[in-house]
Design a protein around this ligand. Sequence first.
Ligand SMILES: Nc1ncnc2c1ncn2[C@@H]1O[C@H](COP(=O)(O)OP(=O)(O)OP(=O)(O)O)[C@@H](O)[C@H]1O
Ligand SMILES: [Mg+2]
Length: 248
Amino acid sequence: MKPALNTASGSLRVEALAKHFGGLKVFDGISFTVPPGEVLGVIGPNGAGKTTLINVMCGMLAPTSGRVVLGDHDITGKSFHAISQLGVVRSFQQTNTFRSASVEENLFRAERFSAARRGPDLGLPALLEEFGLARHLHEPSDKLPYGLQKMLGLVMVLAVRPRFLLLDEPVAGLERRERTQLDRFVEHAREKLGCGVLIVEHDMELVRRLCPQIVVLEAGRLLASGAPDEVLSRRDVIDAYLGATEEE
Ligand SMILES: Nc1ncnc2c1ncn2[C@@H]1O[C@H](COP(=O)(O)OP(=O)(O)OP(=O)(O)O)[C@@H](O)[C@H]1O
Ligand SMILES: [Mg+2]
């Protein structure tokens, strides 16, 4: 895989991005790039601002300053709906399904959202089969085991035909054996859509496996960026973060 942190055309970038809540500077002046078709990991201790970063990138929150840029387009401050329609789609740390709707209805709603953007076959039936969802199509999504709800949430964001996926702790709450399904999901998204993927995760094994490049968010700034082996062995990163959470 090519290096992921160079600026490429058609990439998703944040430039000198800041988000403050009153006096709380969640982050300040952070910049990085997710090139198309590549995977970037974002790690950092609890409360570092990872979810807030995704909220700003996807239009759920306006930044205090700085820019979010998709290809040649400044998408800063556009609505969540507009940004999703442009192809930047997020998943949620908790599940993101319509709770009492069936699995099939959930997928239908997600697909409808992408009606304006036709494209290659997404291969969803194969993915539903692989993740064990195919035999639950007519069940209410909130009655599924948690792991299946999380996987449904991921298949739904894929059904929106994203150009970039922002995944907020996609394997949190999943059992270890379920976690490798994310590898297949990311591979599928890149293969079928050429999707760029930003993954926020605390599971360092998974980050090492899936992310050729990572950035570390800590105390409102980017503490480090680079290949996981190099970044995760840095003393300052270990002190800031890994000592406390590697065992999770
Ligand atoms: N709407 C809000 N208003 C005020 N403060 C907020 C708001 N949203 C988040 N924060 C604060 O911003 C900081 C960053 O929170 P955030 O949820 O982004 O962290 P995180 O890195 O995703 O943490 P975790 O790993 O636990 O999910 C926290 O101190 C949080 O309390
Ligand atoms: Mg979070």
